[in-house]
Design a binder for this molecule. Structure first.
Ligand code: MN
Length: 443
């Protein structure tokens, strides 16, 4: 794991005043990465680093010479950021990421001599259009919350909720990267085969059980060679950072298709990412000990390490909000549906990487891992509507008086995330939002 350094100092303040505001997601201790363009400007997407309600355009900053005195590693890192995706930068590895973070932290501090040069490289986030931050070659979705797995298992198999492999293997499936979009995505309600309760034959129909999944996304940095597993001790050196991730799911489609090979059309119609990728270095102050209950099987040796036990968990507070069309029209604010914390995941980021590669499978820079739905141990900590509505049996009432078991057309789903720890600044992930559109007419 990354050790704490001067960039994490909670006393640091930026000359960008909005970064010093209480509750700001992007103080100088965060410095997450995104790709953006300013609408109306025909240039390509640029890499940006958030600071307060602004961002540093790294292509402009590199050209201005602001990193000229920051050393060759930081300069090489900034050069790799002069691209329309983060893949080149992600491939460089943690020493380069860290050098650029220190250079940015120094240049953005109150009193920094670079202020004049860097000020003209700032773009207001409100003016920007964001894109998926990396070319995602491959995407794998895990199932790391034992609470979610148990809740869903109870609905599908009341006598046998948790399958016997769950506590031994970080379960996952290979998903589809082509339909991953960025916050603001408009998601069309999917058509597919469903077998309705009591029916003897399936029908082609719009999904009637459209759900979200509250997940974190994990971006891979340097890859591994095909045939060369990544051991636990090195797993996090292959991880660039994390974001928020909504893995939209059609539960009725999933229920009919998932055996024997797992989810297919129930998942591949859309998934939505938050624009900002918070680096593993920024997450260092929020690490916690990883524990495994003594009554549970302890991980096999290839999924265990001293670093895991000491600091393998990451405290990320996650929240889900909904705003229906009617709520929007009445000017009603978003309504919080639930919350959970990534520290409750049964499997860690390092275990996901070590397991994914133990058979020799190669990960590449920009690959995305989904954490799986993050539900916590208590009722209010459900990461999906399937769990909140007990499989559609218990409806929830929105502040507009509308009832919900699953999502309705026009609903906007918003996730937010933040990290807090004693003696550390609060940092946030921003948000991921997406809106459900009505299904297309049937072919
Ligand atoms: Mn998922």
């Amino acid at each position: 794991m990354t050790v704490l350094n001067e960039t994490h100092n909670p006393q640091l303040r930026s000359w960008v005043a909005s970064a010093n505001t209480e509750g700001c997601d992007f103080p100088i201790q965060n410095l997450p990465f995104a790709v953006f363009r300013v609408p109306g400007n025909p240039h390509l997407f640029h890499v940006g680093v958030a600071i307060g309600d602004q961002m540093v355009d790294l292509t402009a900053a590199h050209a201005s010479g602001v990193f000229n005195d920051a050393g060759p590693l930081a300069q090489a890192a900034a050069q790799a950021c002069c691209a329309p995706t983060l893949n080149l930068f992600m491939a460089l590895g943690s020493a380069a990421w860290s050098a650029l973070r220190l250079a940015l932290s120094s240049a953005l501090r109150e009193g920094a001599p670079q202020q004049t040069a860097l000020q003209v490289c700032l773009v207001p986030q409100a003016n920007a259009e964001f894109a998926v931050p990396a070319h995602i070659g491959d995407y794998t979705d895990f199932y790391t919350s034992v609470h979610h797995a148990t809740n869903i298992g109870k609905l599908l198999r009341p006598d046998n909720p948790l399958l016997p492999n769950y506590k031994w293997i970080p379960i996952g499936y290979h998903g589809r990267s082509s339909s991953i979009g960025i916050s603001g995505q408009q998601v069309r309600r999917p058509l597919s085969q469903v077998m309705r309760p009591g029916a003897t034959e399936p029908v082609l129909a719009p999904s009637a059980r459209l759900d979200y999944e509250l997940e974190v996304g994990i971006f891979i940095g340097p890859g591994n060679t095909l045939g060369s597993p990544v051991p636990m001790a090195q797993a996090e050196q292959h991880v660039f950072g994390m974001c928020l991730f909504n893995d939209w799911s059609a539960r009725d489609v999933q229920g009919w298709e998932y055996q024997p090979l797992g989810p297919f059309l129930s998942k591949n119609f859309a998934s939505t990412l938050s624009p900002w990728v918070v680096t593993m270095e920024a997450l260092a102050p929020y690490r916690q000990a990883w524990t495994r209950d003594v009554v549970d099987p302890q991980p096999l040796a290839y999924l265990d390490s001293p670093e895991l036990r000491q600091s393998g968990a990451i405290g990320i507070e996650l929240e889900v909000f909904i705003q229906s069309d009617a709520m929007r029209n009445k000017g009603m604010p978003e309504h919080r549906l639930s919350h959970s914390n990534f520290r409750d995941a049964y499997w860690s980021v390092s275990q996901m990487v070590a397991h994914h590669t133990v058979n020799g499978c190669n990960l590449r820079p920009g690959d995305l891992l989904g954490s799986g739905t993050q539900s916590g141990p208590t009722e209010g900590e459900a990461g999906s509507m399937m769990e909140l509505s007990k499989g559609g049996k218990q409806s929830m009432t929105l502040p507009s008086g509308e009832a919900r078991t699953f999502l309705e057309d026009g609903d906007t789903v918003i996730f937010r995330g933040a990290c807090t720890a004693p003696g550390a600044a609060r940092i946030g992930f921003g948000e991921v939002r997406g809106t459900l559109l009505p299904a297309h007419p049937q072919p």
